[in-house]
Design a protein around this ligand. Structure first.
Ligand code: 5AD
Length: 376
């Protein structure tokens, strides 16, 4: 592809599978820059200049599954396990609310036992109450990321959140290459996942009124560019509101070290191409710049924003437990205190030209149009 054919393709409003494959295949710096710039400009046109923040709280790293790629899989006996206290969770959320983030994102390793389900329920009730006390009339926005659960559990959490208009759930499909999905989730040290169960959970979440987010890892050993195109088509057919995607990074606590990992600069380019191609294909969804991107290269999340992302999830987990939430090697920010986010904010604004959309929910335009809600 040369610059002229790229310009012609970019002038379209919709894109064929061949177009998306061509975007993903770009390696020439001038062409890549042009693609990323187009994704950034379209993001501005559709979403405006605001970058939405969600304060990320990693509440526990216990997990019943044994996903090969993940450092907190059950079979990794070297992982130091922890669960934050309710007070720690509420204080972390308070920090995010006071910083004006508007929403918190709660994540943990997966558990389905009643003790965990009611613990999360209690945390949601307390965060909602705290945020109302802090002056957010309807309560802060909440994004949950606790994996596959029953309909009853999803509904209990929805009620506990206290504000269904800003209630979201992130559940990545990881890859739409089904043999690869099976390989990734066939670790022997814990329960195993199925593609069918994953899709069913996404359907349940949609039915219960959550804003639904999914995503994939980019550059998984054995994943092809055609797989990534299919991933984008899968996001479309699931009609998702949000996406979170980052590079696959090898984890020494995982069970696929011998499968290797893409070379860093190639992986960075591919990740940015995928973010940009996804933005062009799905203009109205919210796309988050993943922490994995920051781990791949310092300033990586800013590069994500410059490739079409419009959501950032700064970590506000207390320092005490951060290093233990190690999904992949050298996770960025494990030494940092929540206050270091002030530096992140400055850097982001300077590098990306965005402004931080404070004191707003920042729900995706896709969701708002679907539900007839006006303001972000
Ligand atoms: N590299 C990149 N992302 C990872 N995740 C888990 N392990 C890794 C890894 N080794 C991502 C998965 C999961 C999310 C919580 O973290 O996509 O859905």
């Amino acid at each position: 592809m040369n610059l002229q054919t790229l310009e012609n393709t970019l002038s379209q409003e919709t894109f064929s599978d061949e177009d998306l494959l061509a975007f993903l295949s770009l390696t020439e710096p001038a062409l890549c820059s042009r693609l990323w710039r187009e994704a950034y400009d379209r993001t501005t046109r559709v979403h405006g200049n605001a970058l939405w923040f969600r304060g990320l709280i990693e509440i526990s790293n216990y997990c019943i599954y044994d996903c090969r790629y993940c450092g907190i899989r059950k079979g990794n006996h070297a992982a130091q396990r922890y669960t934050l206290t309710l007070d720690e969770i509420v204080e972390a959320a308070r920090y995010a609310v006071r910083a004006g983030y508007g929403s918190v994102a709660l994540q943990a390793g997966e558990r389905t036992d009643e003790k965990f389900v009611s613990f999360v329920e209690e945390a949601l009730v307390r965060i909602h109450r705290m945020s109302v006390e802090e002056g957010i009339a309807e309560g802060c926005g909440m994004t949950l990321s606790f994996g596959e659960q029953t309909e009853e559990t999803y509904e209990r959490w929805a009620q506990a959140s206290g504000n269904r208009n800003a209630l979201r759930y992130l559940l990545r499909i990881e890859t739409s290459n089904l043999p690869l999905f099976r390989y990734l989730h066939s670790g022997q040290g814990g329960a195993q996942k199925t593609w069918e169960a994953r899709l069913q959970s996404l359907a349940l979440l949609r039915k219960l009124g959550y804003q639904v987010g999914t995503g994939v890892m980019i550059g998984i050993p054995g994943q092809s560019l055609a797989d990534l195109v299919r991933d984008i088509r899968t996001f479309e057919s699931l009609d998702v509101d949000m996406l979170g995607m980052g590079p696959y990074l090898v984890s020494h606590g995982g069970a696929m070290v011998e499968d290797g990992m893409m070379q860093k600069d190639v992986l960075l380019t591919l990740t940015r191409n995928m973010l940009a191609a996804t933005r062009l294909a799905l203009p109205t969804v919210n796309i988050a710049a993943a922490t994995a991107l920051e781990t791949l290269v310092p300033g990586g999340r800013s590069l994500g924003v410059l490739s079409g992302c419009n959501v950032m999830m700064p970590n506000v987990t207390p320092q005490r437990t951060r290093a233990s939430y190690q999904l992949y090697d050298n996770k960025q920010g494990t030494e940092a205190e929540p206050d270091s986010n002030v530096e992140l904010e400055k850097e982001l604004v300077a590098v990306t030209g965005r402004e931080i959309g404070r004191h707003r929910y920042g729900s995706s335009l896709h969701f708002r149009s679907r539900r007839g809600l006006p303001a972000a």
